[in-house]
Design a protein. Structure first.
Length: 275
């Protein structure tokens, strides 16, 4: 059974960069991804589907050099891309491009929230979204690093119906009922497993986190990938030409902030609960 994403759930991540071959070499070497070309040979821009153990993990697309730093993009699942795009504008955001058909895979929209933070919408057809998550080499979470977390929260709750829980160490975006959807489809033991590790109430419904952008940090949607060993992954990233910008630990994870050779920044996170 494929992993499916109800409307409002973050469902896909990708990156667009000038040198796709270099990106394929870096991320394939770091996460063990293999790649499938999703666009017709000889087309104007190539798009690769990264796979982990044969399952869709992320996308790497080709973009013309623009002088802008490449970044990881986060997509939110919607049932109707045109209707969702209209809600973006009505809530004070902007539609930057689309809705646009992405072959047989689905329909996408490029957007910005009222504070200029970009994100994307995905109306799935043949490709429902990421098929492997929360395991080493796979997408873990996307977090909104906002200049004004409270104001940003208002936009996303209006557009997508998200709930927000302040857990003391961070604020969690939730789509109520998403955990039950997972339990009924691809993850029947999710509620029991989270109870075993004393996860916060409602964690099964989590689809992202909200945090204040650090001083000097550009507000953005930040992508985190799971790894088995934070330090080994950080060392591997540097051997492949990346840069480790920071390391941090908390009661749940050990993390490394990494910049890839073309400038995109992401987090590699090892699940390591205290005790």
């Amino acid at each position: 059974m494929p992993r499916t994403y109800p409307a409002g759930v973050t469902s896909w991540v990708d990156i667009e960069c000038p040198d796709t071959e270099a990106a394929v070499a870096f991320y394939g070497g770091l996460f063990g991804w293999t790649f499938e070309l999703a666009t017709p040979p000889g087309g104007p821009a190539r798009y690769f589907i990264a796979q982990l153990d044969g399952l869709d993990a992320a996308g790497i697309g080709e973009a013309a050099p623009s002088g802008e730093q490449p970044q990881w993009h986060t997509y939110v699942a919607v049932d109707d891309a045109d209707a969702a795009a209209a809600r973006i504008g009505g809530a004070g955001g902007r539609v930057l491009a689309g809705p646009t058909d992405a072959g047989e895979g689905g329909r996408s929209v490029r957007c910005a929230d009222p504070f200029g933070v970009t994100f994307r919408l995905w109306q799935a057809r043949r490709r429902p979204g990421v098929q492997v998550v929360n395991t080493p080499g796979a997408w873990n979470f996307s977090d909104l690093h906002a200049a004004d977390p409270g104001a940003s929260a208002g936009f996303y709750t209006e557009v997508f119906g998200w709930s927000i829980d302040d857990l003391g160490f961070g604020s969690m975006f939730r789509v109520p009922g998403y955990g039950d959807h997972l339990a009924a489809t691809v993850d029947p033991s999710i509620h029991e497993r989270l109870a075993d590790v004393s996860a916060p109430p409602g964690f099964a419904d989590a689809i992202g986190w909200l945090a204040a952008a650090r001083p000097g940090e550009e507000p953005h949607w930040h992508v985190t990938f799971a790894v088995a060993d934070r330090d080994a992954s950080a060392e591997r990233a540097e051997l492949l030409g990346g840069t480790v910008l920071d390391r941090a630990e908390n009661e749940w994870t050990r993390e490394a902030l990494v910049r890839d050779p073309q400038g995109a920044v992401f987090t590699a996170s090892q699940f390591a609960p205290a005790g």
